[in-house]
Design a protein around this ligand. Structure first.
Ligand SMILES: Cc1cc2nc3c(=O)[nH]c(=O)nc-3n(C[C@H](O)[C@H](O)[C@H](O)COP(=O)(O)OP(=O)(O)OC[C@H]3O[C@@H](n4cnc5c(N)ncnc54)[C@H](O)[C@@H]3O)c2cc1C
Length: 216
């Protein structure tokens, strides 16, 4: 959670560019999605640690309360959900790609929207799942489906494996409901999921994607 003086507010789905600068002047930047619904000058980011990464281990292990970072944003105008959208929404997340989709879920709740949402959330195994307590809560009008690629919780009905067209058709909306689909995760995940949605008959113009990076 960051306090950002003069934060202009943001839309659900936007991100910031976060810059770190070392004492010797070396500086590096990464993008992070805004996890929170707009809330004054507070901004929440959720960072998943990439073990051999340069920035994410610093953010998850070393950054302390009171430290200052440079944020630029909000960035992005296409991968956003606006409460005035009335069509059904399908959210498809791979790994940390759930972060901007969580902002949409939180925004929907914050404004009391009744727009029906479905979330399909794919992770390697249960310990990689983000926002577990919050997503476990009952949220009327939000359907959730979890898919595990490597290992599942005990007695999970679906065996572990990559997600397929039948996962998306079973958990998503039929194309003739004309949902807007938001797909976010690693580049490979997004390309696979978007391809499956098109193959199922969803119009490419209603599929919005955000790619986080090579492996997710
Ligand atoms: C628009 C946008 C929004 C993003 N939002 C988030 C977010 O909300 N939360 C979040 O955790 N990340 C998010 N990312 C990813 C983030 O920007 C970084 O890429 C990620 O934190 C890795 O940075 P790093 O410096 O630790 O790793 P690097 O030093 O850049 O890379 C180290 C190694 O990890 C691989 N790698 C790079 N990115 C990833 C990745 N995403 N997953 C797995 N391996 C990777 C690289 O190929 C390399 O081998 C977002 C990316 C984009 C483009």
């Amino acid at each position: 959670m960051f306090e950002v003086p003069d934060w202009p507010g943001h839309l659900a789905g936007q991100h910031v560019d976060l810059r770190l600068t070392a004492e010797d002047g070396y500086s590096t930047q990464r993008s992070y999605s805004l996890a929170s619904a707009p809330d004054g000058e507070s901004v929440e980011l959720t960072v998943q640690r990439v073990d051999d990464g340069e920035v994410s281990p610093y953010l998850t292990d070393e950054l302390a309360v009171g430290d200052v970072v440079e944020l630029r944003g909000p960035v992005g105008g296409w991968f956003v959900w606006r409460p005035e959208q009335k069509e059904p929404i399908l959210l498809v997340a791979g790994g940390s790609g759930v972060v901007p989709l969580m902002a949409m879920i939180r925004m929907r709740r914050a404004v009391g929207s009744r727009t029906p949402f479905k979330l399909v959330y794919s992770v390697r195994s249960p310990e990689y799942q983000l926002f577990v307590p919050e997503l476990r809560r009952d949220d009327p009008g939000l359907d959730k489906r979890y898919l595990y690629s490597r290992s599942t919780p005990p007695e999970w009905p679906r065996p572990p494996g990559r997600f397929t067209a039948s996962d998306l058709s079973g958990a998503g909306w039929p194309p003739d409901f004309e949902p807007t689909c938001y797909v976010c995760g690693s580049t490979g995940f997004v390309e696979t999921a978007a391809g499956l949605l098109v193959a199922l008959g969803h119009h490419p113009g209603r599929i919005r994607t955000e790619r986080f990076g090579p492996s997710g």
